[in-house]
Write a protein that binds this ligand. Structure first.
Ligand code: ATP
Length: 363
């Protein structure tokens, strides 16, 4: 068990490319921290610097209060689980799990004890004498986790460990990893590009883009109060709808004008205050798909349904405002079809506004 602290951590590869740019991150003891972001944003590089598999170009890394920059990976008391878990094919599950401990000269009885406990936690105790090829993908991934658990590390580092599994198994393993984290009471640092994994598993999420941390917060805060347009667009499916709009009005009454459509804003006092400095400016307006209401008649902007997407209990309705495509997430029971004339209304209490230049969130 340990906290992990990254101070002004940077990585410049030998070709001069800077993959990680002076990031600060405090991962608390026993926390389930998710590093999430698009491909190439630097999350794997960050994890590999924590693991000691990649040199740190600048900055300081400490684990459990001890500076680790020049400590060998094997002495960092960490265990890593990768996407490609590479089990030894000629060894049984037991031997695969025992391998690292044997090399460390752990006594035989101790090895047996640790493997028995880990196998039980993971539900693979009946498979200990099987070879990897006799196992399903999920079982193999569990063995890879078991191999990490038996080392009793201070910190688990995981790099997309579920991405080789099919969709159903991934959902199942997601739940099992959350349970495993609760059972082990150990710090987890988990890399994924999948925002659903991030939202469902993390106690906190660190969103990265272009080698820079964009926001670190719990999943609810990330979703409801994104720090900037990037975070707002990256987290959420379907994505948040963006458009430009001009803010007008004063403290009593603000409205936003999107391509000639004036929308009155119904905001609480706290949010109204934040708008004072922005009246008259062109801002980026964001609405989450579930905060748009599609109706056949009544208030709202008149538009035509461009396409619908039925997803079980939800229906995604696509339409355009001027030349910008919008998507609304509504109830599947709504009788709406492609080509229908409808009215799009907005729950303005949930509006997001971003500065056009800095892209930082205003409300
Ligand atoms: P992915 O989800 O695709 O794995 P990532 O966020 O984990 O992406 P990294 O693997 O950390 O991204 O890579 C960050 C950037 O650094 C990428 O642009 C990548 O091309 C670059 N990079 C990675 N390894 C090297 C290397 N050895 N030399 C030069 N550039 C590298």
């Amino acid at each position: 068990m340990a906290n992990v602290t990254l101070s002004k951590l940077s990585k410049v590869y030998s070709n001069g490319f800077q993959a990680v740019k002076s990031i600060d991150l405090d991962i608390e003891d026993k926390e389930f921290m998710i590093l999430v972001g698009p491909s190439g944003c630097g999350k794997t590089t960050t994890l590999r610097m924590i693991a000691g598999l990649e040199d740190i170009s600048e900055g300081e890394l400490s684990i459990g209060g001890q500076v680790m920059n020049n400590v060998e990976p094997k002495d960092r008391n960490i265990a890593m689980v990768f996407q490609n878990y590479a089990l030894y094919p000629h060894m049984s599950v037991y031997e695969n799990m025992a391998f690292g401990l044997k090399i460390n000269k752990t006594p035989k009885d101790e090895i047996k004890d640790r493997i028995t406990k880990a196998a039980k936690i993971l539900g693979i105790d009946h498979l200990l004498d099987h070879k990897p090829k006799q196992l399903s993908g999920g079982q193999r991934q569990r063995v890879a986790l078991g191999r990490a658990i038996v080392r009793q590390p201070q910190v688990f580092l995981m790099d997309e460990p579920l991405s080789n599994l099919d969709a159903k198994l991934r959902i199942q393993m997601r739940a099992e990893l959350i349970k495993l984290h609760n059972d082990l009471q150990t710090t987890f640092v988990y890399v994924t590009h999948d925002q659903t994994e991030a939202m469902t598993m993390g106690s906190r999420i660190c969103v990265m883009n272009d080698g820079v941390i964009q926001q670190v917060a719990d999943p609810k805060t990330i979703y409801n109060r994104p720090a900037n347009k990037f975070v707002a667009g990256f987290i959420g499916s379907p994505q948040m709808n963006f458009n430009e709009g001009v803010l007008t009005g004063d403290n009593r009454n603000y409205s936003i004008n999107i391509k000639g459509n004036k929308i009155e804003l119904k905001l609480d006092e706290e949010r109204v205050k934040k708008l004072e400095a922005h009246s008259g400016k062109t801002l980026i307006v964001g609405f989450r798909p579930e905060n748009i209401i599609i109706k056949r008649a009544g208030a709202g902007i008149r538009t035509k349904v461009a396409m619908t997407e039925l997803l079980g209990s939800d229906l995604n309705v696509y339409f355009n405002i001027d030349d910008t495509e919008y998507v609304c997430k509504t109830d599947a029971s709504l009788d709406i079809h492609t080509g229908d004339e409808v009215f799009a209304d907005f729950d303005t209490s949930k509006i997001h506004l971003f500065d056009q230049h800095t892209k930082l969130s205003i409300i």
